[in-house]
Design a protein around this ligand. Structure first.
Ligand code: NDP
Ligand code: MG
Length: 388
């Protein structure tokens, strides 16, 4: 029986993973070692019951008594707090979904790599903040990291059987987000509700807002560089409003391989779950004759300053990714709380990067997760000061 764990089980990625696990045989086919949630006790308990999980962990420690009450009478062990989430990752499982949002997903994903199993990585922040450390740990323990971000899963699939040395470029597509057609002068007044509506994908609120600002695409460019080990100049972004082509790989003989599919994360999750096989998945099939045309355009640098910042982060390397992500998360929190405007987010991130590069330490290559978490803390403090 295949053993699995899902981190961030109650989120958008987590729910899609749960859906596939249940469709593919549920507890008859999978032994669920651990499920974790942040605050949603009721949903975590329901999932734990359905999958007969051995362990359920709620990251918000004060909610542990509620989780225990919700799982009373079951054999599921309960735990609470961030340490318990990280410890759950030490329990061996054949397949582990890293689906927590933000830098909070780094420690559990890093620890999970010690089993030499498969880590399905949705948490792109792990690669952005600590890519080299993660990849080295996977190599050391013989673990496999499979990308779950739709664009990176698409590139991974387009590269099957190919030699990376023959790749000229990797192009990831972007929908352009909620405001792609808004007049620029309206952006400063954009509300949280408006930024939280994605034109094509149903995702968690944070990544949806990051799609509107293209901070999500900025993270993904860095993610592609770290995952595929490709020169940053060869990673490109194309706006593709239909979100049907997820990525294209261009080779030195002039050929390109594109990956197409409906915008449904269950494709990339299901691909990672069944890899190296392909299982039947409940994904809508594309009727290209009915769709008729697909459109592409270059991203407007003035509308999406996050893309320029990502290039700067890749140029600096070292701790710049962790600083960028932490500053972005802090600015996003402030936007969601109504303390700054939509267009202030990029300005805050840029100020944090400037302040930290002035200290000269940003290019240092981290040799431990603690170093990454330390700069993460510093970047959050500076971002908070900048917004006072
Ligand atoms: P959601 O916000 O929907 O879910 C996040 C999950 O993480 C929830 O289970 C949440 O718990 C949990 N969580 C939140 N904060 C913490 C914390 N501090 N400690 C432990 N657990 C926590 O996010 P998404 O599912 O949208 O995104 C998850 C990851 O996948 C992100 O890295 C995102 O960039 C990536 N991704 C997502 C895609 C999507 O389609 N949604 C597409 C591609 C990548 P709770 O809800 O119980 O509070
Ligand atoms: Mg993506």
């Amino acid at each position: 029986m295949r053993s699995i764990s899902v981190f961030g089980s109650t989120g958008s990625i987590g729910e899609s993973t749960f859906d596939l696990l249940m469709r593919q045989g549920g507890p008859e086919r999978y032994r669920t070692v651990a499920l974790t949630g942040g605050r949603n006790v009721a949903r975590l308990a329901e999932q734990a019951r359905s999958l007969k999980a051995e362990l359920a962990v709620i990251a918000e420690a004060r909610l542990l008594p509620d989780l225990r009450a919700a799982l009373a009478g079951t054999a599921t062990e309960c735990a609470g707090g961030p340490m318990a989430v990280a410890e759950a990752a030490e329990r061996p499982a054949d397949w582990i979904m890293s689906g927590i949002v933000g830098a909070a997903g780094l420690a559990p994903g890093f620890r999970a790599l010690s089993h030499g199993s498969v880590l399905a990585l949705a948490n792109k922040e792990s690669l952005v903040t600590a890519g080299p450390l993660l990849m080295a740990r996977a190599r050391k323990h013989g673990a496999t990291i499979l990308p779950v971000d739709s664009e990176h899963s698409a590139v991974f699939q387009a590269l099957l059987g190919e030699n990376l040395a023959t790749v000229e470029h990797i192009t990831i597509t972007a929908s352009g987000g909620a405001f792609r057609d808004w007049p620029m002068e309206r952006l400063a007044a954009a509300t949280v509700a408006e930024a939280s509506c994605h034109p094509n994908w149903a995702m968690g609120q944070r990544i949806t807002i990051d799609s509107a600002s293209m901070f999500n695409k900025a993270l993904e460019v860095i993610e592609a560089k770290e995952f595929f080990g490709i020169d940053p100049d060869r990673v490109e972004v194309l706006v593709h409003p239909e979100s049907l082509v997820h990525a294209l790989v261009g080779f030195r003989d002039g050929g390109m391989i594109a990956h197409l599919g409906a915008p449904d994360m269950r494709h990339a999750i299901g691909y990672a779950l069944n890899w190296p096989d392909r299982a039947h998945l409940p994904i809508a099939r594309l009727d290209l004759a009915r769709i008729g045309s697909l459109t592409f355009r270059n991203p407007d640098p003035a509308r999406y300053p996050a893309l320029r910042l990502a290039r700067e982060v890749m140029r600096i390397g070292g701790l710049a990714g962790a600083s960028f992500n932490a500053a972005k998360e802090t600015a996003l929190d402030a936007f969601i709380a109504g303390r700054i405007r939509f267009t202030d987010m990029a300005a805050v991130v840029e100020k944090v990067l400037d302040r930290l590069s002035a200290t000269g330490g940003l290019g240092k290559v981290p040799d431990s997760i603690d170093m990454v978490l330390d700069i993460d803390g510093q970047a959050r403090r500076i971002a908070a000061e900048t917004m006072q």
